[in-house]
Design a protein around this ligand. Structure first.
Ligand code: 6GU
Length: 237
């Protein structure tokens, strides 16, 4: 998979893709990640990337020309219906669809090239959204000052789902959310610490019993902090 990130703060990403699973996936050529400064695509002599909103109001809006130039350079076209197969242009914005594990899995399965535009300030010129953007994504119901942390989150969640990115083939399947539940509790040595004991069932080597315990604990945790995950799309349990 190829990922291009468009941002006015490229330095934000200097070290964020250099650790752990993402670093290993890059070295193994499972993913290629390029960060681009939107300012390099500015068309005027002052290299302006943002401007005041028409109609007045606070803040600045990301300009249309640099983003068209960047997307044309990265995809070969500024017509979103003409992108090569497997190309997605994603705008990270609080107005987007909240990202879910199932969405991330769909991108990991189907997308070959993802261009992420980090939104900024009061917004992005709507003509960018209309002509270039295939998907608008938010990472949750809270406000970030820009799309950069959201792009970092999106890259992380995607890369770990790419075939070969994780050490063991099954680790992603046991993650929180992949079966619709939060993960069960985990323990490692020592078996007793300051009087706090690891549950006996985990020490007895009975794998059927361990699986049953883990499922029960996952359900219990989900019921206590994320009841919404247990309620189906149509509202039933
Ligand atoms: Cl993608 N951008 C911003 N600015 N705020 C957010 C967000 C994105 N997702 C949640 N909050």
């Amino acid at each position: 998979m190829k990922i291009d990130v468009l941002t006015i703060f490229p330095e934000y990403f200097d070290s964020i893709f250099e650790f752990g699973i993402i670093r290993r996936a890059k070295l193994a050529e499972i993913v290629e990640i390029n960060v681009h400064d939107i300012r390099e695509y500015a068309t005027d002599k002052h290299k302006m990337v943002d401007d005041r909103p028409f109609g007045g109001g606070d803040g600045m809006v990301l300009k249309v020309e640099p983003l068209f130039a960047a997307i044309e350079n990265l995809t070969g076209t500024s017509d979103r219906d003409a992108y090569p197969a497997g190309t997605r242009v994603v705008l990270l914005t609080p107005q987007g669809k909240p990202l879910k594990q199932a969405d991330a899995q769909n991108y990991a399965d189907d997308a070959k090239h993802i261009v992420m535009i980090c939104g900024r300030y009061e917004g992005v010129d709507e003509r960018v959204t209309e002509a270039l953007v295939t998907d608008e994504i938010s990472i949750g119901d809270y406000v970030l000052s820009g799309g950069e942390p959201a792009a970092a989150v999106f890259v992380d969640t995607l890369v770990r789902l790419l075939p070969g990115a994780l050490g063991s083939d099954t680790s992603a399947e046991n993650d929180s959310f992949s079966d619709g539940l939060l993960d069960c509790p985990h323990y490692t040595r020592p078996a007793e610490f300051r009087g706090m004991k690891v549950p006996e069932v985990l020490l007895n080597g009975n794998h059927a019993e361990i699986e049953k315990w883990r499922h029960e604990k996952a359900l219990e945790k989900t019921r206590s902090v994320r009841k919404d995950l247990l309620i189906g799309e149509n509202g039933d349990m």
